[in-house]
Design a protein around this ligand. Structure first.
Ligand code: AMP
Length: 306
């Protein structure tokens, strides 16, 4: 089943211990859609400027991504640059040029409105809410991502927004910040009281924890020999997780939901996040195949079974 994805489509400059690239395709929506495209048909809602290159459009089209909602307006595309610490667990943002993204007012094409799945990338919570409101009701599954900035400065709006979500994806420090609890178990319970019935807390290279009322499930991070560039790994996790659920038609609200499918979705999320780190930017997605993805999924089974 198809899935609408909203967020940034951008150009990034990235420096890691493995090298430096001044400008390459990036953006949270780009990573989410590329990752999800291995499981379902993503439909992008985003804005770019006149500088958005044909080869980048072609890459997205080659993965079957619907670009009817990719608006092109006068001006420059969003540009972000960051530099990673030697262990790549921290990064410093060097440049954020919002450019055409500053006036982003997402408008859903009619052809998107009855898609059953909606994934809201990390943008201002009011915009996330407005996209949700534009979808035909009822919607099978809506979820999204947020970050410390929105939690700190747009708290009331964020709470109103996630109250309507089935699924929230955040990292551990954001979960503590949102809930006001240092203990992750207590934090997860409080966040599920805010609306989402399913929560994934990412723990960087250490993996992720899936939380539902009936319990939790822990996934380790995949051990790569070389992490070239972690940019977009969280977004690829989100794309793999929701993309798999959309591909299988899973409804997280249903009483008869197959919990094994939700667990598999988290594993696919981790698999996609790990592939993303193997090359700079979106490069790994140029050659990645579904059989490589399924091979790594099987490896996860092997190194976690006992
Ligand atoms: P992640 O590594 O998952 O945080 O995602 C990195 C991507 O997010 C990069 O490709 C950036 O272009 C994009 N990005 C960085 N800052 C912002 C922002 N303020 N709003 C939207 N997207 C952003």
């Amino acid at each position: 089943m198809s899935m609408v994805v909203v967020g940034s489509v951008a150009y990034d400059g990235v420096e890691t211990p493995h090298g430096k690239i001044d400008r390459m395709l990036g953006g949270a929506c780009t990573y989410i859609a590329l990752s999800a495209s291995f499981f379902t048909q993503p439909k992008i809602v985003a804005v770019v400027g006149e500088d958005f290159a044909q080869e980048d459009t072609d890459l997205l089209l080659s993965r079957g991504i619907d670009l009817a909602g990719l608006e092109r307006v006068p001006g420059k595309s969003f540009f972000w640059a960051g530099k990673y610490s030697p262990d790549m667990n921290d990064r410093e943002t060097l440049v954020t040029e919002l450019n055409v993204f500053a006036d982003f007012d997402p408008k859903l094409p009619d052809s998107y409105k009855s898609a059953p799945y909606l994934l809201l990338g990390n943008i201002q919570p009011g915009l996330q809410k407005s996209v949700r409101a534009q979808m035909n009701q009822p919607i099978r599954l809506v979820g999204g991502d947020t970050m410390n900035y929105w939690i700190a400065d747009f708290r009331a709006q964020l709470l109103e927004t996630i109250a309507e979500w089935d699924f929230l994806l955040i990292n551990d420090s954001e979960a503590r910040m949102l809930s006001g609890e240092t203990n992750l178990k207590k934090a997860a319970a409080k966040i599920m009281d805010m609306g989402p019935n399913t929560l994934v807390i990412k723990r960087g290279e250490y993996g992720a924890i899936l939380w539902r009322r009936e319990g939790h499930f822990m996934v380790p991070g995949y051990l790569l020999e070389d992490v070239f560039d972690p940019t977009g790994a969280g977004d690829c996790f989100a794309g793999g997780f929701m993309g798999y659920l959309a591909g299988q038609g899973v409804d997280l609200k249903s009483d008869s939901v197959d919990h094994n499918e939700i667990r598999k979705a988290v594993i696919y999320g981790s698999v996609m996040g790990s592939f993303c780190c193997e090359r700079f930017g979106v490069d790994r997605f140029r050659t990645l195949t579904r059989s490589e993805i399924d091979g790594r999924f099987e490896e996860f089974k092997e190194f976690t079974s006992f």
